[in-house]
Design a protein around this ligand. Sequence first.
Ligand SMILES: [Zn+2]
Length: 472
Amino acid sequence: MRIENKTYRFYSLFLCFVVSMPLHFQFSILNFPFLIILCTRAIYSEVHSMEVLKIGSTGPDVKVVQSLLNRAAFNAGTVDGVFGRQTQQAVMAFQRLFGLSADGVVGAATWAIMEKYLKGYDVYTVRPGDTLYRIARNYGTTVRDIVMANPGVNLAFIYPGQRLVVPYWIEVVFTDVDYTYDEMVRDIEGLKARYPFLETGIAGKSVLGKNLYYLRLGRGPKEVFYNASHHAIEWITTPLVMKFAENYLKAYAQGTSLRGYDIQKLWDQVSIYIMPMVNPDGVDLAIRGLTRDNPYYSQLLQWNRTGQPFSKVWKANIRGVDLNRNYPAGWEQAKAMEPSLGIRGPGPTRFGGPYPLSEPETQAVVNFTKMHNFRLVIAYHTQGRVIYWTYQNLTPPESRSIAEAFARASGYEVSNVPYEASYAGYKDWFIQDYRRPGFTMEVGSGTSPVPLSQFPGIYNENEGVMLLGATL
Ligand SMILES: [Zn+2]
């Protein structure tokens, strides 16, 4: 059941105004344009895809709630996506703490509070007698973190009615949950609030109109590009680059180093561009499954003839095009291979599309690449713990030594590309058009989708690779 509807939005908006108007007129605490922004933002960001969760509910949103409750020390048990007794007890304890009726159901009111925690910050209105120290203590955070989240604000003189961004103590990027598009959007918003110097943008839109976000870490003239989740069931690569972004931002903000790298120095030398989710429609299909409201509902049922759920097999975008076989680099050769691979049209994998760059996602990645001057690119995939670094005879000579350095940093093997995957991928196109180092990193072991239990290992193996890539 979803409570995302227009009536609800209207009433919430109305209520927000009713509550805030007296503040505006009697005390001039809120000026009018700010009030409008505040209300519409509050409604639109919080109502977004909330689902009522209760005992018996299952799925990715349950995992998010469990992970959050555990982090806030309410002990919801294993993060397994099944809303059982223990999760219910934890929800009730959470509700009691916030003065809500403790019914153990995650409805609109409970979600509204949880959303703030998930984004990792609250907007606090200063009250008479407040001090920064007291606010920080009440939120369990530090004065330093509040200062960081409010640049350009003179915090030596805070005054009643002033609105401050107050970050919570918990980390923004959760890595034990199924990382949907919504999760990524929430985390990008959370990172921006906590680290306002983070630059983000939108490089294009997916077939279903989702934003293809990018993040820029650093301000330096040298540019590198890391992207993830070209392939739907390989979505574990998205929290990989998102967690890297969070740790990089934190190190920069706190003036600490990361694996011996001086991030303050690196920040001025390099711009690390990250596109965390190239294929958001496919990722959501793989995580949430096929729902009736999908405009490709009936086609997708036909295109997936594997007898397996989408969560196990779907790599393509929502039109059944394998994005990493859609780039204009030997596209015709890849196409010619399709019949022998049993590919006859749109499907879970290996269909290269009707023509090169037929998909908005690959167009966006290519346009984004052309707008920059990338010294090096890494496309993150799963699995095999292997590094691909060549494209035909066009690979620049330095690629080998860089691949070997990545291998030393990660413990992965350097390998030649298997024949059936040797064309029309992003790194192939990058190497062909720029004659610069481009890599495909295949993270994790076993079969895709690699389980989240591998995340800590995968992160540990690749943090050094992403740092090294920025310095080469
Ligand atoms: Zn892949």
